[in-house]
Design a protein around this ligand. Structure first.
Ligand code: F3S
Length: 640
């Protein structure tokens, strides 16, 4: 039987397990990336493992999230990241150089390589044929230490692309169409592998937009073949030697096949507050727009911004519509500058922001109260923009730029001719010298810390019987933004767990932290898809610090589930989802944790005599990790 690209890469990197869907496989990881928001903790964890230097082919530490330097906390973190990278043999990317995924695609990602990153949009590198997965910071720390990365062997979905994008349709519309069809839960446990005659005409940046936002499907990752377009891109980046052809065998078998005819796509938009609430742009015609934001790791490439400049050139946005543009990297910025494409942006009234995540995580650029913001980003969860009642819509760069001129949603049929599809200029400037490569002799490097960098606390082992109250009951689709809100004030505390924990569920239930302090331990009850969203491991570390012993839910999002395991919180699944209604906040629970077996059931009893049955999808090893009190304990004890 022929092999898919996914199977070929996994087979080459397999260190344990069998390639049978659902069974755990251990993978050798070639590359890692970290970003400052989650990476500071990952590096503290790497230090705690105590092996000295990274054992991957390449590890890169990017600073792109908290680049605003208000007070000492962020700059102290950046200095720590620079010095710990130098000491540990990793590459450092300073604040302002660009967004991790755009930079990694341009400078380091390789076809056929495995990459894990402490950021859920790491699959961006799938656009170049890397098997790239978002992971918890601790998993990344372990991969940097040369340990395998464990995942359930994914199912492989072939996305057969036919036809060709026409008019105003863009790569973003391909993934919005998939989200419309499959929803934010449609990709769990799956790799989306793109194939078919429609692939050849899609540029690497378009492909990277699609694989980036495969994360919103909940997918393990997404991947494109490595072909002539990949070769062209790598050669333009001065990395022609990194090219290898990587295509699926003609008789490869897949678990599912989905077809998308690119010729039929038209501009789409995801409506508030979920990336799968997708409709056609024309269906919203007449709705006023307060703000457009072009950038993020999803749509901030040269082609996105060149098209933006072409659309805006010689025109002006209305005074009521704020337009912000964040280039994905200094390389993109330099290419725009060389071609005289910055001036049309400025003259159209746009605000040119730093090459960083910026407004994507509410780091500046929040919309006005109840304001409508059209963004080229990948997420529009409630409150993520920094404005709790902001109405965020997700669209392509071309759509956002065109709508910025109209100041309201309009029918693309009235937009006139679409800008030409562009890839890269003849001469692409390098920014390689802006990265800080580690010195050969690291003995003189001193790791510099500040007062906000607090060493990790030790966590207790799991007790045989957990007795704790339900201290919070939440609905379906709780995101990591619900668990720990984003924003400058909070994320600046990312290397200080006692301080950041004070914000856990603060926008859902202000009293939660107080109740946890009062009782010392607690259980969270949740619905379906609990913990969806980002790889933010503080959304598990924070609750653990407060004393959360277990979450009992209908279903769990993949990365958050892994983070719960890593930090020793029991992820329990209701056998009968209707039992969600049988449990209430305030119930005293008795959980016979020592009776748990992988995949087995246990009965939880409440003080009032009720009983509910829960199961788990834990492997033997994961159960042992939780019993040890988390992965760091288990690694130190030699169990993992
Ligand atoms: Fe940054 Fe937003 Fe991407 S926070 S890494 S631009 S999802």
């Amino acid at each position: 039987m022929g092999k898919s690209i996914t199977h070929k890469i996994i087979e080459k990197h397999l260190v344990s397990g069998e390639m049978v869907a659902g069974q755990e496989v251990g993978l050798r990881i070639d590359q890692t990336l970290t970003q400052d928001a989650t990476g500071t903790m990952a590096w503290l964890q790497f230090e705690a493992i105590g092996i000295g230097e990274v054992r991957t082919d390449l590890s890169v530490s990017y600073v792109d999230h908290n680049t605003l330097q208000m007070g000492f906390r962020n700059p102290d973190d950046h200095r720590y990241l620079r010095t710990v990278a130098a000491k540990s043999g990793a590459v450092f990317s300073p604040a302002g150089t660009g967004i991790c995924h755009q930079l990694h695609l341009e400078n380091f990602a390789k076809p056929g390589a495995t990459l894990i990153g402490s950021d859920s949009h790491t699959p961006t590198a799938g656009g170049i044929g890397s098997m790239a997965m978002g992971a918890g910071g601790l998993s990344v720390a372990l991969a940097m230490a040369g340990e395998a990365y464990f995942i359930p062997m994914p199912k492989v979905v072939k996305v057969e692309l036919t036809g060709e994008l026409t008019g105003w349709a863009a790569g973003k519309d391909v993934i919005l169409e998939l989200l419309r069809r499959l929803t934010v839960k449609g990709g769990v446990g799956k790799v989306f592998e793109y194939a078919g005659p429609g692939v050849a005409a899609l540029s690497v940046p378009d492909r990277a937009t699609i694989t980036n936002m495969g994360a919103e499907l909940g997918a393990t990752t997404s991947i494109f073949p490595s072909d002539d377009k990949t070769k062209f891109f790598l050669e333009k980046m001065g990395r022609g030697e990194d090219f290898v052809e990587l295509i699926a065998d003609a008789d490869a078998e897949y678990d599912e096949v989905i077809e998308i005819n690119l010729s039929e796509l038209e501009p789409l938009v995801a409506q508030p507050h979920m990336p799968d609430q997708v409709c056609k742009v024309k269906e919203l015609a007449g709705k006023k727009i307060d703000q457009c934001a072009i950038g993020s790791c999803t749509n901030s490439s040269y082609s996105d911004l060149k098209n933006t400049a072409q659309i805006l050139s010689g025109k002006m946005t209305p005074a009521e519509t704020d337009l912000m543009i964040s280039p994905g990297s200094k390389q993109v910025m330099k290419m725009l500058a060389r071609e005289g494409l910055i001036e049309p942006l400025l003259d159209a009234g746009a605000r040119l922001l730093e090459c960083s995540c910026g407004p994507c995580i509410g780091m500046g650029g929040s919309p006005v109260s109840a304001g409508v913001s059209v963004r080229t980003f990948n997420r529009n969860f409630e409150g993520r923009s920094g404005t709790q009642d902001g109405q965020v819509y997700l669209a392509s760069a071309q759509t956002a730029a065109r709508l910025a001129l109209d100041g309201e949603f309009t029918d693309p049929a009235t937009w006139g001719p679409a800008p030409e599809r562009v890839e890269l200029p003849e001469d692409v400037p390098s920014i390689r010298d802006l990265f800080v490569f580690p010195p050969a002799d690291k003995s003189a490097v001193e790791i510099l810390r500040g007062p906000n960098i607090v060493a990790l606390e030790d966590f207790d082992k799991l007790s045989d019987t957990v007795e704790a109250k339900v201290l919070l009951k939440v609905e379906d689709n709780i995101t990591t933004d619900h668990i720990l809100p984003a924003g400058a004030e909070i994320t600046a505390l990312r290397s200080n767990i006692p301080a950041i924990s004070q914000y856990i569920f603060s926008r859902v239930d202000e009293g939660f932290v107080g109740r946890m302090k009062e009782h010392g331990t607690g259980v969270i009850l949740g619905g379906d898809n609990y913990g969806q969203g980002s790889s933010r491991e503080h959304a598990a570390l924070g609750p653990r610090h407060l004393g959360v012993k277990a979450v009992i839910v209908k279903s769990l999002a993949r990365i958050h589930r892994a983070n719960l395991v890593n930090f020793g919180i029991l992820p329990l699944l209701l056998v009968d989802p209707a039992d969600y209604d049988a449990l209430s906040e305030g119930d005293d629970l008795i959980i016979p944790a020592n009776a748990m077996t992988p995949g087995g059931t246990i009965d939880i009893t409440t003080g009032s005599g009720k009983s509910v049955t829960v199961t788990n999808d834990l492997t033997k090893k994961e159960l042992e990790i939780i019993q040890s009190g988390g992965l760091l304990n288990a690694v130190r004890e030699g169990q993992a």
